[in-house]
Design a protein around this ligand. Structure first.
Ligand code: EPU
Length: 416
């Protein structure tokens, strides 16, 4: 199993190109199921989760042609309306095939995702929404069996804001009979990116970017071309790395306007940030200052940046409070950061981070995707060697992170 070996203490300097967003790519690939015509995508990131999603879609009969960061999907021969447990258990986002399959083919069989490292993560809102649209849904032997001759438009108010729930229902509603209103919709830029592709495919959607999406169902969608939005979480992760290790790095092929909450906190921490069309530059010459924050839905501080920012707070001057409000168990990185010398206590959903002058390298274990990224950031700032085990978590959602970091001067390598 691969590990990452990092020797900390190097300043970072240079440029990094940001990849397409994982959490936009996954629903967008599933949107390929909604039409028989070709959907051409560019800026597709090289990630394990993207490969897993393509494997699942190919199994269903979707044709996929892939070259570098481009791929073309064609769904004119879909013959298997099922997402098996073996794939869903490795990637919860597989649930995103449910809405498109049901809407276009009137049937779907999708394994229920189990719990995961960051929380229980049920999908009852996806199911409730599809039922409101007239689907008959049974849960049997761990699978969701859904049927509907044709989904009907409905007014759906989800109990909480759910990103993939909004995406699933949005995709389903594009082909439903009549008007669907999604209230309490997620406003994440990845939802907006999916909606833009759907509109290019002929969907009729109003309120894009707001918490109320209004969809007039159409009889069929057609092919389209779309460039996947930049990964704001990869961008934020590298900015935290520069803030922790020190240096001067410009991130290219990205957007600063979808990362305001994180940029504000980085400025508070003492990072000098400048940005322009398609780039963000971070300069850091001092020890970071401790910064408290709470995670919330977009446009608030993203839960997917909590662990990385905590690594920064771990070496900051002062004490900070980090409150996680989205997932109940997303502090698995705390114990590992403490193994590197951090001084973090957990009180319920809040981590109290007492900044220390210096972390010291040690062997640590990644527990989930963003926790892995926080250990990389801590390792870059620590004295000596940090060996991170179980980096398959990192490969799920970061496009060759060690290659990008080496290019700006980090001492980081993949070892067996
Ligand atoms: N929830 C329910 N019932 C539902 C749906 C959600 O109780 O039917 C709860 C969840 O358990 C959670 C909260 O609602 O407590 C929000 O969950 P949400 O559904 O928004 O999360 P998700 O759609 O499963 C996506 C991202 C996550 C990201 C969250 C929150 C994708 C593929 N995944 O997950 O990304 O953390 O939104 O922004 O888009 C990551 O990239 O590391 C990652 C975990």
């Amino acid at each position: 199993m691969d590990k990452l070996l990092i020797t900390g203490g190097r300043r970072l300097s240079g440029e990094i190109a940001i990849s397409g967003a994982k959490n936009a790519a996954l629903p967008i690939l599933c949107a390929g199921l909604l039409t028989a015509e070709p959907v051409a995508l560019s800026n597709l990131p090289h990630l394990q989760d993207v490969s897993t999603m393509l494997r699942l879609l190919r199994q269903m009969g979707l044709q996929v042609e892939q070259q570098d960061d481009r791929c073309t999907l064609q769904g004119n021969a879909i013959d298997k309306l099922e997402a098996p447990y073996e794939l869903v258990k490795t990637m919860r986002a597989s649930i995103l095939v449910l809405g498109p399959l049901l809407a276009r083919f009137g049937e779907a069989r999708v394994s229920l995702p189990g719990g995961c490292a960051i929380g229980s993560r049920p999908v009852e809102q996806h199911i409730k929404g599809l039922q409101a649209m007239g689907a008959e849904i049974k849960i049997e032997a761990g699978y969701i069996h859904a049927k509907a001759k044709r989904l009907k438009g409905a007014r759906i108010v989800t109990d909480m804001i759910t990103v993939t729930g909004t995406e699933n229902l949005l995709m389903a509603a594009t082909l439903a009979d009549g008007e669907t209103v999604l209230e309490n919709a997620a406003r994440e830029p990845e939802v907006t990116d999916l909606a833009k592709l759907l509109v290019a495919m002929g969907a009729r959607i109003e309120g894009i970017g707001s918490d109320r999406l209004l969809i007039q169902g159409v009889a069929a969608l057609h092919g389209a071309a779309h460039a996947i939005i930049a990964d704001r979480i990869e961008t934020g992760t590298f900015l935290c790395a520069v803030a922790a290790a020190g240096g001067d790095v410009t991130l290219q092929n990205t957007r600063s306007d979808i990362l305001d909450a994180v940029l504000d906190k980085l400025r508070e921490a003492g990072v000098i940030l400048t940005s322009g069309s398609g780039w963000v530059r971070a300069q850091m010459a001092s020890r970071p200052k401790a910064v408290s924050f709470r995670t919330t839905e977009y446009p608030g501080f993203p839960t997917d940046m909590q662990a990385q920012f905590m690594a920064l707070n771990a070496i900051a001057a002062g004490t900070s409070r980090v409150t996680e409000t989205i997932f109940e168990n997303r502090f698995m990185h705390v114990q590992e950061l403490n193994r590197l010398g951090a001084a973090i206590d957990i009180e319920g959903h809040t981590a109290i981070v007492h900044g220390v002058e210096q972390l010291v390298g040690a062997p640590v274990m990644a527990t989930d995707l963003r926790a892995s990224a926080s250990l990389v950031i801590a390792g870059l700032a620590a004295q000596g060697e940090t060996l991170i085990d179980r980096i398959y978590h990192l490969d799920r959602g970061y496009d060759r992170m060690e290659v990008k970091l080496s290019a700006v001067g980090a001492d980081i390598k993949r070892v067996q």
